[in-house]
Design a protein around this ligand. Structure first.
Ligand code: ATP
Ligand code: MG
Length: 430
């Protein structure tokens, strides 16, 4: 076979030093989740296709055109052929697991987070891939556990503001809306349908179809020519019933109390069918270009029942980790190339064992260390060290026997003799 094998279109290898940023993002997220009482859930990457058809919605872009679905053959008499799908998102899987493991019967509010790959057949571009990663969380439980409380919506949003803040990301805007509940939304959908009848012929082909099958999706349309017409359509805020209005007002009051800034966006309906009441997105000013939605989420009070489970209101979000890393890169390009504390350069093969023992000692002390090789000439060692480390530690014949080492700091050009006892504190100093 003559052709070169490459990563599949829309998928990519993540390599160092970029993976340092992925680790930083994940470590910060895990630390924040722990402080807010979330535990980790890991669901399978493949699920029964029905889960997404029912949970995400047949009419969504995801289910209608973006899923990787295949017919999985039976391997034994006891098995049936089954339609499987690589998960395009993780909320449906989490709710399936909630139902399957009867987590609602604990009476406790479930606070679960996940980090992992998702798959959608989209047109690949910056910030949009066919295998991408999400960091997400869900708060779900029986109504008696307080899962319907607006306090939960506000807590999730405040946690996201804190997480971004801890990552040094400040130029986000939180866009918020309420899309109503199963009791008030149908009235709005009717009004929307009626308002769409006279204008729908002027909209894009997708919207003409949506106007019949799922009018809310029209609000989500990205086609520029459609926007002036969409701007004239009725707004959901005018159709919320008293309960939904009070719920939304309580979310806003709690956000105000903890100083989380937001912008109301009456058109924000989000791309998935399961949302009720609070919906939100965090948009970025810099780093992402047109793919500027860093994360999205909302409340899904009816999802569990749609999947055949008990009543289990919930709220969650999914953050695009690929986009998060792009944002971090744009903010702090040099952080991506954080250098090692030291590079140990043995001056001859005889010093190799000493160098390895020294590296072990420094690494045990928490320092980040790499090594050259006794076969390298001095010049080569210096060049290699300068690329990857802040300092070089030279291990010559003398150094190994006397325990006095030569240390050069590249930034200042300073070169000093350091005893082995002082070495760790020297390397830890700036
Ligand atoms: P978009 O409008 O950008 O297509 P979406 O509404 O489809 O986003 P969600 O399903 O809400 O996105 O997923 C939550 C987050 O996951 C998005 O805000 C984005 O950061 C990320 N995301 C979604 N699809 C992709 C993708 N194909 N590649 C990279 N990140 C993605
Ligand atoms: Mg999308």
């Amino acid at each position: 076979m003559a052709t070169n094998l490459k990563a599949v279109r829309g998928t990519r290898d993540l390599l160092p030093p970029e993976t340092d940023l992925w680790q930083k993002a994940e470590a910060t997220a895990r630390s924040v989740f722990a402080r807010y009482g979330f535990g980790e859930i890991r669901t399978p990457i493949m699920e029964d296709t029905q889960l997404f058809a029912r949970g995400v919605g047949e009419e969504t872009d995801i289910v209608s055109k973006e899923m990787y679905t295949w017919e999985d053959r039976a391997r034994a008499q006891s098995e049936k052929a089954q339609s499987l799908t690589l998960r395009p998102e993780n909320t449906a899987g989490v709710v399936r697991a909630y139902i399957e493991h009867k987590l609602g019967e604990t009476g406790q509010l479930q606070k679960l987070f996940y980090i992992g790959p998702q798959f959608r057949r989209e047109r690949p571009q910056k910030g949009r891939y066919r295998q991408f990663y999400q960091i997400g969380a869900e708060v779900i439980g029986a109504p008696s556990s307080g899962s319907e409380s607006p306090l939960r919506d506000a807590e999730v949003l405040e946690m996201l503001a804190t997480l971004l803040n801890e990552l040094g990301i400040t130029d986000w805007t939180l866009q918020l809306n309420s899309v109503g509940s199963s009791s008030d939304r149908p009235r709005y959908v009717e009004a929307l349908k009626a308002a769409l009848q006279p204008v729908k012929a002027q909209l894009c082909a997708d919207c003409q179809r949506r106007a019949e099958t799922n009018p809310l999706r029209v609000l989500d349309c990205k086609v520029p020519e459609d926007q002036p017409i969409i701007a004239t359509l009725p707004q959901i805020a005018d159709y919320l019933d008293t309960e939904s209005k009070a719920h939304f007002a309580a979310v806003l009051a709690a956000l105000d109390a903890c100083g989380v800034k937001y912008t109301l966006n009456p058109r924000l309906v989000r791309g998935l069918d399961y949302y009720t009441r609070t919906t939100f997105e965090f948009l970025m000013e810099t780093g992402l270009g047109t793919q500027n939605a860093l994360l999205g989420g909302g409340r899904y009070d009816g999802l569990s029942e749609m999947l055949g489970g008990p009543k289990a209101p919930g709220i969650g979000f999914a953050m695009g980790e690929d986009r998060l890393v792009l944002t971090l890169q744009a903010l702090n390009a040099e952080a991506a190339a954080q250098k090692l504390d030291a590079y140990i350069a043995p001056m001859g093969e005889a010093q190799n064992p000493y160098a390895l023992a020294l590296a072990k000692e420094l690494r045990t002390a928490g320092l980040r260390v790499d090594m050259g090789d006794g076969s390298f000439r001095l010049k080569k060692s210096f060049e290699a060290a300068d690329k990857v480390a802040r300092r070089i530690v030279i291990v010559g014949e003398d150094e190994a026997s006397t325990g006095v080492l030569t240390v050069k700091t590249f930034a200042s050009g300073e070169q000093t003799k350091v005893t082995r006892a002082e070495l760790i504190s020297t390397l830890k100093s700036l």
